[in-house]
Design a protein around this ligand. Structure first.
Ligand SMILES: C[S@@+](CC[C@H](N)C(=O)[O-])C[C@H]1O[C@@H](n2cnc3c(N)ncnc32)[C@H](O)[C@@H]1O
Length: 280
C-alpha cells in the first residue's frame, strides 16, 4: 500500500472517533516517529510504496488508536514545553496544565536552589525545571520503580542532570536535607469523577497516577505538605497542581496552618488549577 492509501485507511477507520485534522496529525506523527519520514512526505510523495514491515507497524498503530489508546503511548513519546520525552503505560502523559505550573514556578526559582518534584512520573516537571533553570539542583521522587527508570532514561536522552528517588511520599523522610522549592502534581482525581473521564484515560493511563483514595480527595497533598513542613527551608515555596474541585480544601484544611502568601492560579481553561504557598 502507498502512503496516501494508508492515510485514507486511517481516515475511514477513525472518522467516527476523530476529526480529519486529528487523524491526519496522528498519521503524520506515526510516520515521522517510526520511520523518520519528513513531515512533508504525505504532500510531496503520496504514492511512495510502504514496505511490509512499515505496513504492519501502521496497521498495529491504527488498531491501537481505534481502541482509544492515546497517540503518545502508540509512538512512545510526548512533548512537554520544549522537551520531547519518552512515555509508556507506567507513567501519566504530561498535560498542558502542568506546563503552566512549571512556567509559573520557574519565575521564583533562583540559581543554586534545591528543588524537589514529588510524584515525578516521567520526570517531565523536574527535567523542564532544570532545563529552564540550569543552575539549580533538582530531585525527582516517585513510588513507581518503572516510572523512575523512565525518568532516568529521559534525563539521559535529554542530557539534563537530576537525582531520582524511588520512595512512597506517605512514608518518606529526607534525612536532614532542606529544599528551597517543592513542586508536585500528585494523583488528584476522586473516584466519584470517573463517569466524567474519557475511556482513553481510564483504560490506558496508570490508575495509581490518577486517583485519590475514595475517603480522602486531598490525601496526597496532606503527605506532600507534611514533607514540606519538615523539608522546606523557611521562606521556601511550595507549588501544587490541584483539582479545581478540591482547591479550597487543600488551602483551608491544611495549608493555612503552616504556610502564608497562598496564591491560586487559573489554568488556560479558567479553572483553579495551581496553588503556591510560602513556608512561615
Ligand atoms: C498525576 S501523576 C504526575 C506525573 C508527573 N509529575 C506529571 O505531571 O506528568 C502522579 C504520580 O504520582 C505517583 N505516586 C502515586 N502514589 C505515590 C506515592 N505514594 N508516593 C510517591 N509517588 C506516588 C505516581 O506513580 C505518578 O507517577
Amino acid at each position: 500500500m502507498t502512503i496516501i492509501q494508508f492515510r485514507d485507511l486511517f481516515r475511514s477507520t477513525l472518522c467516527y472517533q476523530f476529526r480529519y485534522s486529528e487523524i491526519d496529525y496522528m498519521f503524520k506523527s506515526i510516520l515521522v516517529s517510526f520511520f523518520r519520514f519528513k513531515p512533508t512526505i504525505i504532500g510531496l510523495n503520496p504514492n511512495k510504496l510502504l514496505t511490509n514491515k512499515q505496513a504492519i507497524k501502521l496497521n498495529d498503530s491504527l488498531s491501537l488508536i481505534k481502541k482509544n489508546c492515546p497517540l503518545q503511548y502508540v509512538i512512545g513519546k510526548a512533548f512537554f514545553l520544549d522537551l520531547e520525552i519518552f512515555v509508556n503505560k507506567d507513567v501519566l502523559i504530561p498535560r498542558p496544565e502542568t506546563e503552566e505550573l512549571v512556567v509559573w514556578s520557574s519565575k521564583y526559582i533562583k540559581n543554586n536552589d534545591e528543588v524537589i518534584d514529588l510524584c515525578t512520573g516521567s520526570g517531565c516537571i523536574a527535567l523542564a525545571i532544570k532545563k529552564m533553570n540550569p543552575f539549580t539542583h533538582i530531585t525527582g521522587l516517585d513510588i513507581s520503580k518503572k516510572a523512575i527508570s523512565l525518568a532516568k532514561k529521559n534525563s539521559k536522552k535529554l542530557n539534563i542532570e537530576a537525582d531520582w528517588i524511588v520512595a512512597d511520599i506517605t512514608d518518606y523522610n529526607e534525612k536532614g536535607k532542606k529544599f528551597d522549592i517543592i513542586i508536585s502534581n500528585p494523583p488528584y482525581i476522586h473516584p466519584d469523577e470517573i463517569p466524567n473521564i474519557h475511556e482513553r484515560v481510564l483504560n490506558y493511563e496508570p490508575e495509581f497516577a490518577l486517583f485519590t483514595p475514595k475517603d480522602d480527595p486531598i490525601f496526597f497533598y496532606k503527605y506532600c505538605i507534611n514533607f514540606a513542613i519538615k523539608a522546606l527551608k523557611s521562606a521556601g515555596k511550595l507549588f501544587f497542581e490541584v483539582n479545581p474541585n478540591y482547591c479550597d480544601q487543600v488551602e483551608n484544611q491544611i495549608l493555612k496552618k503552616y504556610f502564608s502568601n497562598i496564591k491560586i492560579k487559573k489554568d488556560f481553561r479558567g479553572k483553579n488549577r495551581m496553588l503556591s504557598a510560602t513556608k512561615l
